[in-house]
Design a protein around this ligand. Structure first.
Ligand SMILES: Nc1ncnc2c1ncn2[C@@H]1O[C@H](COP(=O)(O)OP(=O)(O)OP(=O)(O)O)[C@@H](O)[C@H]1O
Ligand SMILES: [Mg+2]
Length: 261
């Protein structure tokens, strides 16, 4: 098996704070990971490193077999689909939904001098259909609802047919129907053997799609537990990560947690 992602003693320091603290993490081909932990645990920081958007203060990072620091980042980024709130903020609000997805082919936000061929336009249209966005093609990104925006960002992150897909809180801000439909769509993606290696960040066990295989629990920049999901999402480990005594349940591939009295 090849390693899609490898962190060796990755530390990110800002002043006296360690956002990540000696994090070792390996994601193999074919795996679907969920990264969980409380606010400020370092989840987004870890994902930004995996997306080549941030470099660690110390430690080594290998992405899709390429060691960071010794590789053309622009080329590597094309093989990585990334969706996060900070990327949403980078979008010109006047960008059409179609262009927001199309520009994912070059990992850029906003049309400029890049060229797109018919195959690109066809792929963007197919992704729009798959993610229920066809009727919104001509709408501007700035007018979309939260759920529509999230689906646009995921469709965009798949535009370049990535080998690694990184989703930072894709279900945040969605209503129950929106969440369930997104989690269902991500479950279908997870079940597709040709889908990219996926890493999904969430706070909520209820947002873990079926078919996800592994988990990383972070707290204060450190791994509390990592490995196969059923071994990681135990009462003890989830309670330790969130600093709260909880009971974890799983039912037909979906997860939930509630406070233990
Ligand atoms: N430049 C900085 N200087 C100091 N601390 C920072 C800086 N940037 C981020 N942090 C802190 O690093 C910690 C980790 O941030 P990160 O965004 O990775 O957390 P997260 O797990 O994604 O949290 P959330 O669930 O709220 O999204 C936070 O406490 C944040 O305030
Ligand atoms: Mg975050």
């Amino acid at each position: 098996m090849t390693c899609a992602l490898r962190f060796d003693a990755v530390t990110v320091r800002r002043g006296d704070t360690r956002l990540l603290d000696h994090l070792d993490w390996q994601v193999q081909d074919g795996e679907r990971w969920v990264v969980m932990g409380p606010n400020g645990a370092g989840k987004t920081t870890a994902l930004q490193i995996a997306a080549t958007r941030l470099h660690p203060t110390r430690g080594a990072v290998t992405i899709l077999g390429e060691e960071i620091g010794a590789v053309d980042i622009a080329e590597l980024r094309q093989a990585i689909g990334w969706s996060s709130g900070s990327l949403v903020d980078a979008f010109p609000p006047q960008e059409s939904v179609f262009d927001a997805i199309l520009t994912g082919a070059w990992s850029v936000t906003g049309r400029w001098r890049e060229t797109y061929d018919d195959a690109d336009r066809h792929r963007a249209a197919t992704l729009m259909e798959g993610w229920g966005l066809t009727s919104l093609a001509d709408r501007t990104f700035g007018t979309l609802s939260e759920g529509e925006r999230k689906r646009t960002m995921i469709a965009r992150s798949l535009m370049a047919d990535p080998e690694l897909l990184l989703l930072d809180e894709p279900a945040a801000g969605l209503d129950l129907g929106g969440r369930e439909s997104l989690v269902g769509a991500l479950g279908a993606l997870a079940a597709d053997p040709s889908a990219p290696v996926t890493v999904l960040v969430t706070h909520h066990l209820e947002e873990i799609p079926t078919g996800f295989t592994h988990g990383l629990l972070l707290s204060q920049g450190r791994a509390v537990a990592q490995g196969p999901l059923a071994e990681v999402l135990t009462d003890a480990a989830v309670s330790e990560a969130f600093g709260l005594s909880v009971h974890v349940r799983s039912d037909e591939g979906r997860w939930s947690a509630r406070r233990r009295d």
